[in-house]
Design a protein around this ligand. Sequence first.
Ligand SMILES: Nc1ncnc2c1ncn2[C@@H]1O[C@H](COP(=O)(O)OP(=O)(O)OP(=O)(O)O)[C@@H](O)[C@H]1O
Length: 613
Amino acid sequence: MPEAVAKPESTTSWKLLRRMLVLGFQYRRECLAVVALQLVIVGLSLGGLGLTGLGIDYLRTTVDPASPAPRWPLGMAPPAEWSPQSVIWAIAGMVLASALINAFVRWAAAISAANLSQKILLNLRAGVFEKLQRLSFAFYDAGQSSSIINRAAGDVNAVRSFVDGVIIKVSITSLTLAVYIFYMLRVHVGLTLVCLSTTPLLWVGSLFFSRRVQPMYRRASELADQLVSLLVENVQGAHVIKGFGREREAIASFEAATTRIRKQKEEIFWNVSAFQPVMGGLTQLNMLILMVYGGWLVIQGQVALGSGLFVFANLLQEFANQVGQITNIANTIQSSLIGAQRVFEVLDAPLAITSSDNALPLPRARGEIEFDKVTFTYPTGRRALTDISFRVSPGECLGVTGATGSGKSTLLSLLMRFYDVDSGAVRVDGHDVRKLDLDDLRRNMGLVFQESFVFSHTIGANIAFGQPEATLEQIERSARVAAAAEFIQELPGRYDTMVGEYGSTLSGGQRQRLSIARAVLLDPPILLLDDATASVDAETEHEISTALEGASAGRTTLLISNRLSTLSRCDRVMVLDGGRVAAIGTPETLLRESAWFSGLARLQRMEEIVVAR
Ligand SMILES: Nc1ncnc2c1ncn2[C@@H]1O[C@H](COP(=O)(O)OP(=O)(O)OP(=O)(O)O)[C@@H](O)[C@H]1O
C-alpha cells in the first residue's frame, strides 16, 4: 500500500490526547521540576498574603483593643516589649523577603519551563525530519510540500505546547486550586462552599467553548498551508510572474490568502475574547457573595478581618485567575490537537519502501539490469508502464527515447526503488531490487535528474554531496570527467564559490555538469541519466554530451534523451510509446525499423540544416 497522509477522521481526540500524554510522560522529570517550582511560588505567595492579613489584624487590635486578637501561627507572636511600629516593620520585612524569594523562584521556573519547551521542540522536529527523509516518493506525491514544511516547522510547536501549555498548566492549576480551596476551607467552610458554588458553570462553559473553536483551529492550519504554498510558488516562479507581468495578480492572491487567515484568526479571537469576560463575570459574582456573606461573618466575629476576609478576598481573586487559565488551557488543547494530528500523520505514515529484514547486501554490482514484464501505476492511479521487458549487460549503454509522458523517467524511479512495481520484477545482477539492501542498491547507482538540483552551498560541497569526506583531488577529478572543471576554474572562489539557492547563480548547463560530477564522484557501476540535454543550446549540449561520455565510460548506463547526437553514442536504444516498449536495437537498426526514431532523426537533421543556413 502506498504511503499517504492518514485521514484526520481516523484519529479521535481521545486517542490523540492519550498519545500526547504518553509523549509528555517522556519528559516527566522536567515537568515535575517545573510543577514543583510553581508550587513553591504558590506557597510563597500564600505566605506573603497570610502575613499581610496578620498585619491587618494586628493593626486592628492596636487601634481597637476590644477586637479579636490576631492568631500568630507557628509561635510567631512578637515579644511583648516590641512597639506596634516595630511589629509592623518586622511583618513588612518578612513580606518583602518572601516576595524577593518568590521573584527568584519565578525566574528559575521560567528558565526550566523554557528549557523544557526547547528540548521537546528539538526532539519533535528531529523525529519529523528523520521520518520525512525515510518516507518514499508516494508520500510526497500525496501531500503538498508546503503542508509538509508547515508540519515540520509550525505544527510541532503546537504539540510542544500540549506539554508545557496543557500538561504542566493543568497540573499547576489543579494543584494551586486545591491549595487555595484547602486554605479557604480553613478560613470558613460555609463561606468557601457558597463562594465556589458557581464553579461548575465554568466547567460547562469551557466544554462548550472547546467544541466550538476546534473546527476553527483546523481551518486556520489549512489556511496557513495554503499561504506557505502560495509563497513558495511565487518565489520559485518569480521569473514567470515577472516575465508575464502578473505581479499585480500575484500580490492580490497573496493578500487574499493573508486576509483569509486574518479573518479566521479574528473569528477565533472573537470567540476567545467573548468567552473570557463571561468566565470572568461568573467569578466576580463570587466577590459579591463574599462581601455580603463574608462581611456579615466578620461583624459576627466568626471570621477575622485581615487573616480571614482580606486573605479570602485575595484568594478568591487568585482562584478566578486560575479558573481563567482554564480558557487558555482549553484553547491550547484545541490548537495542539490539530497540530498533533498533522504531526502524527507524518510520524505514522507507513514506510512503503524499506529494506526487508533478510535483505541481500550488494557491495558493488557488476551492473546488469533487467526489467521483466514490469507494470507500474502511480499512487494517483496513473498507469505509467505496461509489460516492459529488456536487459542491459554490464558496461553497456542503453539510450531510452520516446514521446513526453511515455514513461522514460519512471523506469529510473523503479530502478532506484523510489516506487515498487505492480507486477513483474526489476533486477540488478539477477536480484530482484525488492530483495536487495536499499542503501546498497542506491549506492550502486549514480543518478542525474532532468532538473539538476543544486544546494545553496559551495561548488565543492555540491559535488561531494553523496560523499562529504571526499578529498579536493577526488572532487577535481570528478569535475574534469563531467567537463565542469573549466568553468569552475573561472569562478572567483573556484571550488569554494558559494552557489545561490537552487543554483540560481549558475547556468542550466553548468548545473547539469555539477550534477554529473556529483554522480561520478560516487564511482557507481550503474549510471542513470535523465534527459540531461533536454533544454540546452547546441554548444552546451556538446559540452554535456562530452561530460556524459566521460562519465559513462566503463559503467552500465541508462541514458534518457530525445537528441539523436546523444543517443547515437549509445550501444542500443529503446523507444517507449505509451508506457510500452515500441522498439529496441542499435541506433542504425532503429533508423530503419522505428518510425519514431527515424522521424526524430529527420527532424533533427532538418534543424541542423536550418541552423547551418
Ligand atoms: N509522481 C507522479 N504521480 C503521478 N503520475 C505521474 C508521476 N510522475 C509521472 N507521472 C505520469 O506517468 C507518466 C510517465 O511519466 P514519466 O515522467 O515517466 O514520462 P517521461 O517519458 O519521462 O516524460 P518526459 O519526457 O516529459 O520527462 C506520465 O503520464 C506522467 O504524467
